[in-house]
Structure formats: C-alpha cells, structure tokens
Design a protein around this ligand. Structure first.
Ligand code: PGA
Length: 261
C-alpha cells in the first residue's frame, strides 16, 4: 500500500498565495511511486491549482462539498462540480463536525457521494478531550467509523481512507494542542483496523489505508509513520510551511524504504 501524505491547508492562503506555494512545493518535491502527496487548498484556489499542479507529484483534495449533484442549494458545491479538479475529498473533519454542526447523516451521505463521483473520501474520526477522559474513545471511533461507512457497499470500503484525528491533538483552536504519543496513535489505529476486520473481514481491513492527524511536524512524523497500522499522515499547520511539509515527505519515503527491507 502507498503512504499518503495529505496537507490540509484549511482556510489559509489567498488564491495567489496558494499558487505561489504550490509552485514552491512542486519545485522541491520528488515524485515517488509509493508516496501519494495530496494537498487540500481552499475551494477558491482549486480551479487554478488543478491546471498548475503536476499530478504525478501532488494531487488535490477538496476540504468540503455537498452530497447532492445539482440543484437549489445556495452556497454549496457538489462532487459533480469538483470531480475534474480533485481526486480526494476530506469528509467529517472535526472542524466541520463541531464548528459547522455537520451530522453523522451528512457525513455518511458525503462519503457515499464522493465514491459515487469517483473521488476518494478521507473520512476523519476521533474523540474529543472529554470523550477520552470519560473512557468513550472506542465507542466514538466505532460510531463515527461505521456511521460514515454505513451507505458504502462492502466492496467499496477499502476505497475510503480513514484518518484518525483525535480532536484534542489538532492545533489552531486557541488552547495549545496536546501531542498524541505514538502509543496512543498505535492503539487507536489498531482499534480502527479491528472494527473494520470484525465488520467487513480481514482482507478489506488490511486494504483500507489508515492515516493519523493532529499536530504532526517533521520532528514527530517518523514516530507515527513507524507504527505498523499507519499508512500516512493528515497534516494541518505543518503543511503550510514548505520545508516542514517537504521534510515529512522525505521522512515518509525513508520509513517506507526501511519497512520494505
Ligand atoms: P494540525 O491539523 O496538523 O494543524 O493539528 C490537523 C488536521 O486538522 O487535519
């Protein structure tokens, strides 16, 4: 399986800045067959960046979309409108769940809609700090994971990428985030792998890529990428800094090579 390095730019960079930044990244990144690099710029920038990018080096993702194809949905954009621009779609990010009140129903509709339209959904799941304190981590992960996949045909489950993103480890929300230990991440990824196995069988479970996200930096990337169940990283803040993001890609390549020997 490939290693996925996904940069979520969130609501940062103007269209011009996005283009300059992509230009810089394209100049620094090597194209590796076993490393899939994806960035999710703002919706505004997708059209121009899709023309600018070299998809062998960097593919694009959208950060959000609506699950209907066309119609009277003011302010929304659909997979049908995005599919020529992006290959991936982030779904169920905690900022969408908790700031924009996205429901489990919205999320399952979006996962199914992305797949129908030929995009690879990156389904984010993860517990909040208080859910973790109250020992609800496994239940939350199970509910969000199986809820998000509930409209997906069994044979399509491994086309979904699952990102474990504990809300307490995500930076940029005022209070400094707590950095997840590799042990915490290994436990959570194992839980996800096991739920997939119990529900869909061992083959699908082993073929579904699992990512980790939450305060990933070049300094800690290797510790997460070395976890057996970790197939990549979803990176917010550090993806906005070219040397950080490119270092993480090189680390992913090195870990991949080490694993293959
Ligand atoms: P962070 O964000 O790396 O800035 O913590 C991760 C994410 O929200 O995907």
């Amino acid at each position: 399986m490939k290693t996925y390095i996904v940069g979520n730019w969130k609501m940062n960079f103007t269209v011009g800045e996005s283009s300059l930044y992509l230009h810089k990244l394209l100049g620094k990144i090597h194209s590796y067959r076993d490393i899939e690099v994806v960035v999710a710029p703002s919706l505004m920038a997708l059209q121009s960046l899709s023309l600018q990018t070299d998809r062998r080096k960097i593919k694009l993702a959208c950060q959000n979309f609506y699950y209907k194809d066309f119609g009277a949905y003011t302010g929304e954009v659909s997979v049908a409108q995005l599919r020529s621009l992006v290959d991936y779609a982030i779904v169920g990010h905690s900022e969408r769940r908790y700031i924009f009140n996205e429901t489990d129903k919205d999320i399952k509709m979006k996962v199914a809609s992305a797949l129908r339209g030929g995009l690879t959904p990156i389904l984010c799941v993860g517990e909040t700090e208080s859910e973790r304190t109250f020992g609800e981590t496994v239940d939350v992960i199970r509910d969000q994971l199986l809820g998000g996949l509930s409209d997906v045909a069994k044979e399509d489950v491994s086309k979904v990428i699952v990102a474990y993103e504990p809300v307490w480890a995500i930076s940029g929300h005022g209070k400094p985030a707590r950095v997840a230990s590799p042990l915490d991440v290994a436990d959570a990824l194992k839980i996800i792998r096991n739920i997939l196995k119990e529900t869909f069988g061992p083959k699908i479970a082993s073929e579904t890529p699992l990512l980790f996200g939450g305060s990933v930096r070049s300094l800690n990337a290797e510790s997460y990428l070395s976890i057996g169940d970790c197939n990549g990283l979803l990176i917010g803040g550090a993806s906005l800094i070219a040397p950080e993001f490119t270092d993480i890609i090189e680390i992913a390549k090195r870990v991949k090579n080490d694993r293959n020997y």
